[in-house]
Design a protein around this ligand. Structure first.
Ligand SMILES: NC(=O)c1ccc[n+]([C@@H]2O[C@H](COP(=O)([O-])OP(=O)(O)OC[C@H]3O[C@@H](n4cnc5c(N)ncnc54)[C@H](OP(=O)(O)O)[C@@H]3O)[C@@H](O)[C@H]2O)c1
Length: 201
């Protein structure tokens, strides 16, 4: 898969490097030379516009408040592509940037994923209790299978939580994560796993 990761901070760098390790072609979108790229080594970079234009999947890994400006600059480059909103505006409601995605990238196929756990979990998803689950939401179909594969490729188990209307529920999981990781001092290397009769490994 060819993937543009926009943002080279903790989240974008961690997930992007995991995808490179899994065999994907990742280009990191950086907004200016001299931007924070220390976490991505010598991985390929381009402007956000060029990265989005050249790839089938675009992961938004920038501050939530920057998504509108970013999508305006991306213009039609994301049309009909898989657009994954991993951004959070902590303390805001909603925490996601799906309204901006809907208005500024209406023909992208948009998903909410990779937002509900700390980067530490994506960097090291191994836990004694087994592979963690990662909730995502978005349309069913071929693109959802791609998103599920990308979740699997960072070592987590994908769990679809319906259409984008369910994004607030996923964001509730994010708030739970922070309440436990920080509020209850359990630490950020913390994840969740659902139990059911058809449970995974
Ligand atoms: N950190 C986590 O554990 C985690 C987990 C899940 C979700 N998230 C979410 O993921 C997003 C990124 O988090 P982070 O921790 O990786 O943040 P971060 O370390 O602050 O990195 C943010 C990145 O976004 C870039 N950026 C900022 N504004 C931009 C713009 N207008 N256009 C292009 N790039 C821009 C920054 O580039 P410059 O170097 O040019 O400033 C930087 O590379 C946030 O929305 C966060 O809530 C984070």
């Amino acid at each position: 898969m060819n993937i543009a990761v926009i943002g080279t901070g903790k989240l974008g760098a961690t997930v992007g490097l995991r995808w490179i390790s899994a065999g994907h072609d990742v280009t990191f979108g950086i907004r200016r030379s001299g931007a924070t790229t220390s976490l991505i080594g010598d991985s390929p970079t381009a402007t956000p516009e060029a990265a989005a234009n050249a790839n089938e999947v675009v992961l938004l890994a920038v501050p939530g408040a920057a998504v509108g400006e970013l999508l305006i600059s991306l213009g039609t480059t994301v049309a009909r592509k898989i657009l994954i909103d991993a951004t959070n505006q902590l303390g805001a409601h909603p925490m996601h940037a799906l309204a901006a995605c809907r208005h500024l990238a209406p023909s992208a196929v948009t998903f909410r994923a990779f937002n509900s756990l700390g980067w530490e979990v994506f960097a090291d998803p191994s836990f004694a209790g087994g592979r963690p689950d990662l909730l995502y939401c978005g349309p069913i179909g071929e693109q959802a299978r791609v998103v599920e594969q990308l979740i699997t490729d960072v070592g987590l188990h994908p769990v679809r939580l319906g259409d984008l209307e369910r994004a607030d529920l996923i964001d509730g999981w994010t708030r739970l994560y922070f309440a436990l990781a920080l509020g209850e001092s359990m630490g950020r290397h913390l994840a969740f796993r659902l139990l059911s009769p058809s449970n995974h490994d």
